[in-house]
Design a protein around this ligand. Structure first.
Ligand code: 2IT
Length: 445
């Protein structure tokens, strides 16, 4: 490791003990940023990197609620308000039993650069809870969301901090939280994104992360004079991102052959079609967190306890959670001739994967660029709320496509290494410059 990177990371590790995911996310970024900062000393003088890794504010709180048996349950809630240099804190809420402060700091940190890449005025934040939605009734979800928002409402607002969904938080949860915020404040305002279409939501927000990821992959392929039609694709997960990506890949003529859940993966040789893609929504709505029922429903193969990366595909796209594609998985994919590995989930790949891909000539798309379409359409939702106006599906889709193509151009500009594009370098530096310059302009705050 570069000695300057090591010295920086030693301090980060000492200051954030045990926060492995946060440390992994910071290291991936500073490995690319430190050489850039060395060439641009103003960022050094202003200690921009030191500031960037320190959240502006972290809020942690108790979330008590009563389950259907009448018992009291206690969860922990968080909001990490990481950086507001270019706009209000913006980022999703994750409800998942694996959530810790480290998880949300890694996600909030990534969100700063991702949001900057979208070209829209949004700062970086993330929040959530260790609440496990699996097996919970609708009423339990509602009571939890109301308790969570009762505290969170003190810290957010349409010009302060605008949360959205992430794993375990979809339209239903956003509805319950929006209702509680409105009731507490007596204010109908765009404090959350991912709202229902009849009450301030943007058309295409549910599809946006998956669609945007496919548009980004399309841009990657174009650099090689190639296209999506005819490609075979492995996706993981079965939630919102997988659903959107599967729809767009299929529409553009690719064949999606896998989805997965915590229970294993499905291999569907014939590929997903419209009916099968819509079935993902049923699986998700069952709240059971399994994909095995797909195999019975459509006569596909189910591989319990395994990941889809052992399949021979052209494009592999983790769409579920962090670190779901390991170096070993990447080795297998590369051996099987994969062309692109693109993270639709945040930090979907383990730390060694990008470099392995780069060396093997496989294009690697990092999450903060590939999956930025979700938060980009959230940004468009904020604009529509401010305008008290709704754009059409075509208008939103056009804007999303343009944003994804601009993000690709930014990655290509800052990530040029010889005749290749290092997308990790491009996304990190490209996202950094705007935030860093804004931080300098605003003084030592
Ligand atoms: O990881 C992400 O970018 C999101 N979960 C979406 C955040 C947002 O504010 O729409």
């Amino acid at each position: 490791m570069d000695p300057k990177v090591k010295a920086f990371m030693d301090k980060v590790i000492a200051k954030n003990p045990g926060e492995d995911e946060f440390i992994q996310a910071v290291q991936e970024v500073v490995e690319k940023l430190i050489p850039y900062v060395e060439e641009n000393p103003k960022y050094k003088v202003h200690k921009i990197l030191e500031k960037l890794v320190e959240p502006e504010r972290v809020i942690m709180f108790r979330v008590p609620w009563v389950n259907d048996q009448g018992e009291v349950e206690v969860n922990r809630g968080f909001r990490v308000e990481f950086n507001s240099a270019i706009g209000p804190y913006k980022g999703g809420l994750r409800f998942h039993p694996s959530v810790t402060l480290s998880t949300l700091k890694f996600l909030g940190f990534e969100q700063i650069l991702k949001n900057s890449l979208t070209t829209l005025p949004m700062g970086g934040g993330k929040g959530g809870s260790d609440f496990n939605p699996k097996g919970k009734s609708d009423n339990e979800i509602m009571r939890f969301c109301q308790s969570f928002m009762t505290e969170l409402s003190r810290h957010i607002g349409p010009n302060t901090d605008v949360p959205a969904g992430d794993i375990g938080v979809g339209g239903r949860e956003i509805g319950y939280m929006f209702g509680q915020y409105k009731r507490l404040r007596n204010e109908f305002t765009g404090v959350l994104t991912g709202k229902g279409l009849d009450w301030g939501g943007s058309i295409l927000r549910p599809e946006a992360t998956g669609y945007g990821a496919v548009y980004f992959v399309d841009e990657m392929l174009k650099t090689k004079g190639d296209k999506i039609a005819g490609k075979t694709v492995a996706l993981s997960g079965f939630g919102n991102v997988t659903w959107g990506a599967a729809r767009k890949f299929t529409e553009l003529g690719a064949k999606v052959v896998t989805i997965s859940g915590p229970d294993g993966y499905i291999y569907d040789e014939k590929g997903l079609d419209e009916e099968k893609i819509e079935y993902l929504l049923e699986l998700r709505a069952s709240n059971n967190d399994v994909v095995a029922p797909y195999a019975q429903e459509f006569g596909a193969e189910f591989f319990p306890g395994k990941r889809p990366w052992e399949r021979k595909v052209d494009i592999a796209m983790p769409c579920a959670i962090q670190n779901e594609l390991s170096g070993k998985d990447a080795e297998m994919l590369i051996k099987n001739g994969v062309q692109i590995i693109a993270e639709a989930s945040n930090m979907g790949c383990e730390a060694d994967v990008p470099e392995m891909c780069f060396k093997a000539g496989v294009m690697f798309g990092p999450g903060k660029a590939v999956n930025a379409g979700g938060v980009a359409v959230s940004g468009l939702e904020m604009s529509q709320n401010s305008l008290r106006f709704n754009w059409t599906a075509d208008e939103v889709d056009e804007k999303l496509k343009k944003i994804m193509s601009d993000i690709h151009a930014t990655c290509a500009k800052y990530g040029k290494v010889g005749d290749k594009i290092d997308y990790v370098q491009g996304a990190n530096i490209g996202g950094f410059v705007k935030v860093a310059d804004a931080m300098i302009a605003q003084g030592h705050v």
